[in-house]
Design a binder for this molecule. Structure first.
Ligand SMILES: Nc1ncnc2c1ncn2[C@@H]1O[C@H](COP(=O)(O)OP(=O)(O)OP(=O)(O)O)[C@@H](O)[C@H]1O
Ligand SMILES: [Mg+2]
Length: 260
């Protein structure tokens, strides 16, 4: 279980202090797929960085299992939007995965089997000798996922991993990610500002308020079988309800409804 207790995050700079998060609490079960959804600047990446242990909380804390999160750890892996910069350009597909295994000190005897397993899982086994520059955007993202999974984390922290991809590739990546998630059964915390993406993927959507001082305003359970059809009336209704929460000013008052 991953527990976020009353997290507050204040950024200090020469211009003064900025309260990004002000009392965020959330409990995520093992194996759950949670999307953090909110407008640009509301603090999604800040919260994910705190979960990863890259940033300390100013107040409050994060507990994973029984242990407080005080820094980065192999059990929590971050996946970035820009896979190209996250990968090492001078190493091949296979060597990028091997590098992660070396850094995380995974037993050397297991490396070949692990590399095969995860390159195959993301469909890159036929491209293992290629360099990142020779891969498409979707393939680079799949390599980042293989590299992250190879160290066998318990929690996948994903910061808008598919936002830079074209719509078709993004949909394919949703299917790839859901398939992997269902196979490995790990917890996923996935940041997005795209309502349709959150509805396609999540067990629960944590909707964040606009900053400063963002909090989670709603937790919305999506109890629908996957793959989800976004033209399904039930899904369309959910979409409008979430849009109301995020941008009530964009919706005419006679269309307004609320999520219960
Ligand atoms: N290192 C920092 N120093 C000062 N302020 C910061 C820092 N990092 C983030 N902030 C501020 O905190 C707020 C939240 O930023 P964050 O990057 O978490 O937003 P976000 O929800 O991920 O936005 P986006 O959807 O655009 O990625 C913003 O107002 C941002 O300016
Ligand atoms: Mg962000």
């Amino acid at each position: 279980m991953l527990r976020v207790h009353n997290v507050r995050k204040v950024f200090e700079s020469a211009r003064g202090s900025y309260v990004a998060l002000d009392g965020v609490s959330l409990t995520i079960s093992d194996g759950e797929f949670v999307c953090l959804l909110g407008p640009s600047g509301c603090g999604k990446s800040t919260l994910l960085n705190i979960l990863a242990g890259f940033e300390p909380a100013t107040a409050g804390n994060v507990v994973f299992g029984d242990a407080p999160v005080t820094g980065a750890g192999r059990e929590r892996v971050m996946f970035f939007q820009d896979a190209g910069s996250a990968l090492l350009p001078w190493l091949s597909t296979e060597e990028n995965v091997r590098f992660a295994l070396r850094v995380r000190k995974m037993p050397k005897a297991d490396w070949p089997a692990i590399i095969d397993k995860y390159l195959e899982m993301v469909g890159l086994d036929a491209h293992r000798g290629k360099f990142p520059a020779e891969l498409s955007g979707g393939m680079r993202q799949r390599l980042q996922i293989a590299r992250g999974l190879a160290v066998e984390p318990d929690v996948l922290l994903m910061d808008e991993p598919f936002a830079a991809l074209d719509a078709l590739t993004r949909r394919r990546m949703h299917a790839v990610l859901l398939d992997i998630w269902q196979r490995i059964g790990k917890t996923v915390v996935f940041v997005t500002h795209d309502i349709a993406e959150a509805i396609s993927l999540a067990d629960r959507i944590a909707v964040m308020s606009v900053g400063p001082g963002s909090v989670i305003t709603r937790l919305i359970e999506i109890d629908l079988p996957r793959p989800r059809d976004l033209t399904d009336p039930q899904v369309a209704r959910l979409f409008t309800q979430i849009e109301n929460l995020l941008a009530p000013d964009l919706i005419r008052s006679d269309e307004r409804s609320d999520v219960h």
